[in-house]
Design a protein around this ligand. Sequence first.
Ligand code: ADP
Length: 469
Amino acid sequence: MNQNKLFHLTRVRLALWYALVMAFILSLCGFGVYKAVSHAHWVALDRELESVAGTLHDSIELKLQQPGRLEPVVKELLPNICVVGDECVKKQLHVQRHTLGAVNQGFYYVRFFDNSGRLVAIAGLAPEGLSSNFNKQRWQTLKDSKGKLYHQVSFVLHTQDNRDWGYIQVGRSLSDFNSYLDAVKLILALGLPVVMALVGSASWWLAGLAMRPIYRSYRQIQQFTADAAHELRTPLAATEATVESALLMPKLDEQEVRDILRSIQRQNHRLTTLVADLLLLARLDRQSMSLRPELCCLNDVINDLIEEFAAMSNAAGVMLTSSVRVHQPVNVIGDCEQLYRLVSNLIVNAIQYTPRGGQVTVVLDRSDHYAVIQVQDTGIGIPHHELSQIFYRFYRVHGDRSRSSGGSGLGLAIAMAIVQAHQGNLKVQSELGKGSIFTVELPYNGLPLKSFCTLGPLKVLYGRQGKGV
Ligand code: ADP
């Protein structure tokens, strides 16, 4: 499948999954909000009903004398009360007038039952078809014949002399309550698609954002593969050409054979170095796996390197010196072999890119948290706009020059990878035509200041490495 298509498909899938998960979470939240609102309303409603019923109960109970009989004074408290048997009950059932004297609200009804559970009187709203059979349960939710819901509470009534009078039942229509909940449901139902549309576009955008680094790294790998193939092809093609031309020659004397073999050896060496560099980078990419931490004395590393590259700098007509700006030895915990490689890459570059008569200085210093190594040269310098790219794999500023000197374009990438594996920093300052300064900062990693350098020559341990030196 075309890679772009694959990335697009992955983005669509990611966005869809994200939107689905968000939809599920939002629906759960919506349901939760609805439940919380409904619960809060039920609690408020129960409290309201209890307080209305309690007030009525208390004020009526004081006036009751005979069980099951409503005193006229009670009728004054509830002006629209109708005693069963009177005409007004039927009238009320049809006219549905509802002014409850005690609370003056249109949603309430009050019913009185005697001790045997017979309806005695009714006041306020008269729900049509609501069962008049008494049920002793304190809280009840009932339906009338039209399917409207009512919520009611029942209390026992006593006479003044503390005999059981019967029961008072105060109920309330749930129509306002239900229409409020319907409105909440409607808002949630209408709001959800709008929110989902927003979530959909946000998911698309976020999926794109998440895919970006993957896409970038995929491009880098593609570029890296192409560059590596190109670098490998160059020495292979040169070897092939050498062999081909040798085979075409009718006769070869010993000197010619030697020259041909030397040329093949050179190309082979270049290939070996390149493959070793690539393997090292791959190992460093896995970071900790490739590090062998030990106590590393940077003074010794630098002394050994100065000694090792003396011949090379002499041949290039460049003066190579070191400058140690601290009196105590500078130690770090790290992989000495890698650190040696790191500084050697910088020194080789400095010598290679410094014309005859120039100077390369390796400085050892320390700051509060870092051991600092600087490789300074008075060479050709690097254009400002290329400074950020020189650490990329296979990137070369001076393409031909670096190739002819055997550089693979991996030296600084390796140096950077080693520094990063040691949690350090590698920075560069450069001025075109004047020179460059590469600064390595390596953390002490909790190492006490007072440690000693014991090393013999590192180069014996690690040998000459990389950069086609
Ligand atoms: P190479 O193997 O080509 O030297 P590096 O990764 O070591 O690759 O360096 C990348 C590029 O950075 C080089 O091709 C060179 O153009 C530039 N460069 C590195 N060090 C220096 C330096 N000290 N002075 C000038 N240019 C440098």
